[in-house]
Design a protein around this ligand. Structure first.
Ligand SMILES: Cc1ncc(COP(=O)(O)O)c(C=O)c1O
Length: 485
């Protein structure tokens, strides 16, 4: 274990234990958070530059950038162009050092992106499905078998994906796993040594998962039409992780021309990892089918129940080209010998009984109403925010005019017990990201959404009073909608 201080800036005394299972970026973020919470790092203290801290701790600069971005997203740090990163004012008296077992006190209104309506988890339908599934299954299924997943569960998933997403789904090519996150980790283990590209901006967690598994993803830009395929081709990558149906975080849909170009790129012996994380929710028209349905030998299809049922379930799947089935099954077996059989049994029954479809129909209506409430509230109370992307998913991304102090807004909102997340951590270079937020709306009632946006407007009003009037946004992406559908 090494205790590291810094040669520049304040003495940080961050403990990094290279033998601990916890990743170093998390250790660093935890160490800094604790130092701020306990007052060891006082408000307004300037932190060392990411480069200096990385050098002092003998870690990569990227790791420090990730830790700083995480803490900025949580409101503990303020990053401003030109004046570096400073400790935000946090109420240490009301935020005493937490016991690890003590749950985090939730915000009153939590716009964190990525969550479905947790209160609507179909508890009864799930219990019924588990009971029926258990009645029907042989005891043999409870043993150490099939890291790929129970065959009947794979058949149920294959039927569902064929029917709803146009996936070419052979149950023998499916591996059930612990969410899309494990899918990315397992795929990474088979891609070591290759150049792997990823959308920029893209899902920050997947970028970290790739890095944690020894892959530094090549950032490929995203614009109105989605992933820039010319830039992808020029990057020299042999595989790409992408979200074509609803780009994360911008919400744009990959244009028809780009889909064709991406498939053409894939056919030249390249691999596309299609993260179809929230394609169940498209509110303005029928969703575009999965890319995998057109090139199943060049596309890995990835999906999960995190946006449809609950992230806590940790149920996900991959539909793999034939050559990857063996390596990924092996990797899954070595990672955890297979996902929980009980969950597979219940989920399979929920799918085959029609309970899953029923739940999704209900949720789609609810989320559309919530999305509309958010759009209306933004138009009315926060006109400096421009909404990006298509009417889909469980979050929307807004962009502010250049120079808008997002980190400060996050901090002030946290003071009002409203949680918002900046979009900056989704960028390969978070410090040069355009100012914006990702707003999750699915886990909030319409009245919470309106109250939350009103609070944000008050917080933004304080900022513009301090910084001069904010200009209206000028950057747009196609499909931007300011009016409810
Ligand atoms: C882009 C993206 N992919 C996948 C997921 C789901 O990951 P998991 O299935 O591991 O919960 C999320 C969740 O927020 C996401 O934003």
């Amino acid at each position: 274990m090494a205790i590291s201080g810094t040669t520049s800036g304040p003495e940080l005394l961050v403990e990094l234990d290279r033998t601990a299972p916890e990743p170093l970026h998390r250790q660093l973020a935890n160490g800094l958070r604790d130092a701020i919470r306990t007052g060891r790092l006082a408000p307004a203290t300037r932190l060392p530059s990411t480069r200096a801290l990385a050098a002092d701790l003998c870690v990569s600069r990227r790791l420090v950038v990730d830790a700083y971005s995480q803490l900025a997203a949580e409101g503990f740090l303020l990053s401003t162009h030109g004046s570096g990163t400073r400790v935000a004012t946090v109420d240490t008296a009301s935020a005493p050092e937490r016991d690890a077992a003590e749950p985090v006190k939730p915000f009153d209104i939590d716009f964190a992106p990525g969550s479905p309506d947790l209160g609507s988890f179909p508890r009864h339908a799930w219990l019924r499905a588990l009971r029926q599934g258990l009645d029907e299954i042989e005891s043999q299924a409870f043993g150490y078998v099939e890291p790929q997943g129970l065959y009947p569960a794979r058949v149920a998933v294959a039927d569902y994906l064929r029917r709803t997403r146009g996936v070419v789904a052979d149950p023998r090519h499916i591996v059930l796993c612990s969410g899309a996150t494990q899918a990315v980790a397992l795929l990474a283990s088979t891609l070591i040594g290759q150049m792997v590209a990823m959308e920029d901006p893209g899902f920050w967690l997947h970028r970290m998962v790739l890095r944690h598994n020894g892959i530094e993803p090549l950032p490929v830009p995203v614009d109105d039409g989605g992933l820039d395929i010319e830039a992808l081709a020029a990057s020299g990558a042999t595989a790409v992780l992408a979200t074509p149906a609803h780009q994360s975080p911008t919400g744009v849909v990959l244009s028809a021309a780009r889909r064709t170009a991406l498939l053409q790129w894939a056919r030249a012996d390249h691999l596309v990892i299609e993260d179809d994380y929230d394609a169940e929710y498209r509110y303005d028209r029928a969703p575009v089918g999965a890319l995998q349905g057109i090139a199943p030998d060049r596309v890995v299809y990835v999906g999960s129940t995190s946006k449809t049922l609950a992230p806590g379930l940790r149920i996900g799947w991959m539909v793999l080209p034939a050559h990857l089935v063996g390596p990924i099954t092996l990797a899954k077996g070595l990672a955890d010998t297979g996902s929980s059989v009980m969950d597979q049994i219940a989920f399979a029954k929920l799918l085959t009984s029609g309970g899953y479809d029923r739940h999704l129909r209900q949720m789609r209506r609810r989320y559309l109403a919530r999305r509309n409430a958010l759009l209306q509230a933004l138009t009315r109370h926060l006109p400096e925010a421009t909404v990006l992307g298509t009417a889909a998913g469980v979050h929307l991304t807004v962009r502010f005019p250049e120079g808008f102090p997002v980190a400060e807004l996050v901090h002030r909102a946290a003071g009002m017990r409203v949680r918002i997340e900046p979009v900056a951590p989704c960028y390969a270079e978070p410090t040069s990201a355009p100012p914006g937020l990702m707003l999750g709306y699915a886990n909030l009632s319409e009245s919470q959404i309106v109250a939350g946006v009103q609070a944000l407007a008050r917080a933004a009003g304080c900022l513009s009073a301090a910084n001069g009037p904010a200009r209206r946004a000028t950057t747009t992406m196609s499909g931007i909608s300011r009016s409810p559908h």
